[in-house]
Design a protein around this ligand. Structure first.
Ligand SMILES: [Zn+2]
Length: 136
């Protein structure tokens, strides 16, 4: 449990700021790296959340499916980092490793994408199993 508002609950190294918590923290950046690995992409780490959310990420491809899935994955990363942070602060909870958090991200992203019309032919599990294949 981390009670200091000046410590990041993930790394205990830096002051908690939005950009640190969601992008630059050593824990959080590994989640983004897992996305990049899955997308077989590289990027220059954005300076902050505004730049990240403003970026036109085309590594998964182009088109409506890619735009929808990218949005779902990005939102799922933010959502799961936020939930993980809150659980570590407010519950008797040690936290999970980056790989397990990434599994949760894919689960949520796939679930959200599966109810959007462009993915009506795919199940959530098939989307989550292979993000790149889901947008082809
Ligand atoms: Zn941190």
């Amino acid at each position: 449990m981390c009670l200091s508002p000046h410590w990041c609950v993930f790394c205990n190294l830096d002051g908690e700021s939005v950009n640190h918590m969601f992008i630059h923290c050593p824990y959080s950046i590994k989640v983004w790296w897992l996305l990049l690995r899955e997308a077989e992409a590289v990027w220059v780490t954005p300076k902050g959340c505004f730049q990240l959310l403003s970026s036109n990420f085309a590594a998964l491809g182009k088109g409506k499916k890619t735009k929808v899935l990218w949005g779902c994955v990005v939102q799922a990363i933010f959502w799961n980092l936020w939930m993980e942070s809150n659980r570590r602060i407010f519950e008797d909870y040690k936290g999970v490793g980056v790989d397990e958090l990434w599994d949760r991200v894919k689960l949520w992203a796939a679930l959200w994408a599966s109810v959007i019309n462009v993915f009506k032919d795919l199940t959530a599990s098939s989307i989550g199993r292979d993000l790149r294949a889901a947008v082809k």
